[in-house]
Write a protein that binds this ligand. Structure first.
Ligand code: NAP
Length: 285
């Protein structure tokens, strides 16, 4: 029997629909500023999708393109200018920054109430304190919404998160283990031993690694829920020259109880939660 598909497009559309009334209630539409440094093609695709989501919802968006050789001071002065602009409600600096540029230092320069990515130390710190009322990182917050929307039981369940990044793995582990959600979360990473055995014990697997098809069907307990965060470009002979895969092998659909696809899973939810954070930031200001 095939796994139930956890549809990120449908879930994201529901999140966006829930924002329209809140946007209408504001004195002026929210304004998101996106800073992009350099010409990484994937970053431009992601920023384009964010701009289209803003347009759908009537959120104003401004894109600031900096050259690939922009130095640290140029990026910091851009962020500081946006911090002090009362017309800007949300600031996002698109990752990755050029190699060698300290991404965490740049993130921590963003005014925490405009930090719509939710990566500022103050916003991540609140999450550690158990306060989830502020600006949460978009991908983990989107995953929680998807699990909720699919009615996945989490209380007392075993969750294995593969990956410990500050943008996905670590915050989703905290959200799963928070009081009221009450999953028992295990954080796995590149030094974890016998990953297959660990995953086979899990009721929920969150794969956030960046390795194509790493989680295979024999890692998954029958009926388990699997959320595939990975986005991997695999080269092929198509016109585009590549296709996208997740971190979860397609055969997992034969074993899992519920599975989020790639594409059409976590990706659209991340964008929907960015829109939700932009509205929330505007309401808080
Ligand atoms: P990251 O910062 O590179 O972190 C990857 C994590 O995977 C690290 O913790 C790493 O362990 C772990 N890892 C690497 N190889 C492993 C292995 N063989 N076994 C077990 N763990 C291993 O990546 P990220 O930013 O969290 O992103 C992860 C994936 O999600 C990427 O494919 C990314 O494109 C995708 N993503 C998608 C969205 C979306 O909206 N759909 C959003 C964000 C990210 P160590 O810590 O030990 O190095």
């Amino acid at each position: 029997m095939g796994a139930t598909r956890i549809d990120g497009n449908a879930c994201g559309a529901a999140v966006e629909a829930s924002l329209t009334e809140r946007i209408a209630a504001l004195s002026s539409p929210p304004h998101l500023a996106v800073v992009i440094v350099g010409d990484d093609p994937a970053s431009h695709v992601y920023v384009g999708a964010k701009e289209r989501a803003c347009a759908r919802l009537g959120i104003r968006s401004t894109r600031i393109d900096l050259a690939a050789d922009a130095d640290f001071s140029e990026v910091t002065s851009t962020v500081q200018g946006l911090n002090s602009d009362p017309d800007v409600n949300g600031i996002l600096v698109q990752s990755p920054l050029p190699s060698g540029m300290d991404e965490i230092a740049i993130t921590d320069l963003i005014d925490p109430v405009k930090d719509v990515d939710g990566f500022h130390a103050q916003n991540l710190g609140r999450l550690v304190q158990g306060d989830t009322s502020g600006l949460l990182p978009c991908t983990p917050a989107g995953i929680m919404r998807m699990l909720e929307g699919a009615n996945i039981e989490l209380s007392g369940k075993r969750a294995v998160v593969i990956g410990r990044s500050r943008i996905v793995g670590m915050p989703i582990s905290l959200l799963l283990a928070q009081k009221g959600v009450d999953a028992t979360a295990t954080i796995a990473h590149s030094r974890t031993q016998d990953m297959a055995a660990l995953c086979r014990e899990a009721d929920v697997i969150i794969a956030a690694v960046g390795r194509s098809n790493m989680v295979t069907a024999d890692w998954v307990k029958p009926g388990a829920t699997v959320i595939d965060v990975g986005v991997n470009r695999v080269e092929d002979d198509s016109d585009k020259g590549y296709h996208l895969t997740g971190d979860v092998h397609p055969d997992v659909a034969e074993v899992a109880g519920a599975l989020s696809p790639v594409p059409g899973g976590v990706g659209p939810m991340t964008i929907a939660m960015l829109m939700a954070n932009t509205v929330r930031a505007t309401e808080m200001q």
